[in-house]
Design a protein around this ligand. Sequence first.
Ligand code: NAD
Ligand code: TYD
Length: 361
Amino acid sequence: MRTYLVTGGAGFIGSNYIHYMFKKYDNEIRIINVDVLTYAGNLENLKDVENRDNYTFIRADICDRDAINKIFEENDIDRVVHFAAESHVDRSIVNPEVFVQTNVLGTATMLNAAKKAWELPDGTFKEGKKFLHVSTDEVYGSLDDDPNAFFYETTPYSPHSPYSASKASSDMLVKAYMDTYKFPANITNCSNNYGPYQFPEKLIPLIINNALASKDLPVYGDGKNVRDWLYVEDHAKAIDMVQEKGRLFETYNVGGHNEKQNIEIVKTIIDILREELDDSDPRKEHLTYDLIKYVADRKGHDRRYAIAPDKIKAEIGWEPETMFKEGIRKTIHWYFENEAWMKNVTSGDYEKYYEKMYSNK
Ligand code: NAD
Ligand code: TYD
């Protein structure tokens, strides 16, 4: 049975990936999820799988060399899928150092541990072992409004935020391992994800949460920054397909061909929520475009991201399956049905975070 070591599996994309993999492979695989459980990690996301015999959770920091080496020593790991990271741009602007620590040093620790466990005395690697580094399109920098400009795998790196700089650094380390040691790896650079279990510091769940609480809907700058949104399950599928069908040492861009201005996203959420709420629901009365509040722009705010997923389509046959209209409705439904989840993740430190980030805007 093939054994996966998933890092950051209690976060948004990691937990969706674990669900996807058990749905697809059921008892044919074993998953070990290593997560230190920062504010963004939540074991509630994995309630459905926690009792499976082929699932193990280990609470550990990816920067903890001894703990990570021990996991490799005690388990014959076949695949690493490396999600664990600090992932929010706004937090990186306030506190960049933890991004360097987790995203750069943590990735270095993961690479070293996998290399140590998989390398043979002649410097080659054990058959079939593979490491997939999950990264972002933000490493490529920002596009202008020219609708024919896209990020390709060959686009030079030009990160702007401390978050994207730390992810770019981690990508470079993976590339260095591949070039220097022929370390068996791939990198995926994906556009913005949305879907269930996303922490409400990111645009879509934050807007849903605020809208249902009749709170202001903060839109940075002129609201015309563009992101290329992909339903999270499509990303999970792409990661699996790259690991199974991709050429080793290659980078694959993953994107939805679904560019939207932020203001369009916010208005779509209001429109759908208004359709979903009963007329008798007191929240409906307040839920209008009047809740939209233009606030101070993010420092160094990238204007536009857009992926050209030509390579992954041509080589591997991956294409996004969930159209935005359907995906955003599914997502809103999920948050409706999981109010307790939202309550739990927004209790405690979230209020302090929100106050700190938005009180001066
Ligand atoms: P997330 O913030 O929801 O989850 C990150 C997870 O990593 C959490 O469970 C957290 O507890 C864990 N973690 C953080 N530091 C750790 C450490 N030192 N040791 C062990 N675990 C640690 O992030 P996400 O949105 O699920 O993103 C996952 C990955 O995908 C990241 O590498 C991110 O850069 C990348 N990515 C995200 C998006 C997006 O739209 N969210 C798009 C493209 C790529
Ligand atoms: P975010 O979800 O933080 O993803 P990223 O910055 O990694 O792309 O933000 C998506 C877009 O939404 C980005 O252009 C910033 C904007 N935004 C707002 O306008 N208001 C908000 O409260 C947040 C969190 C983001």
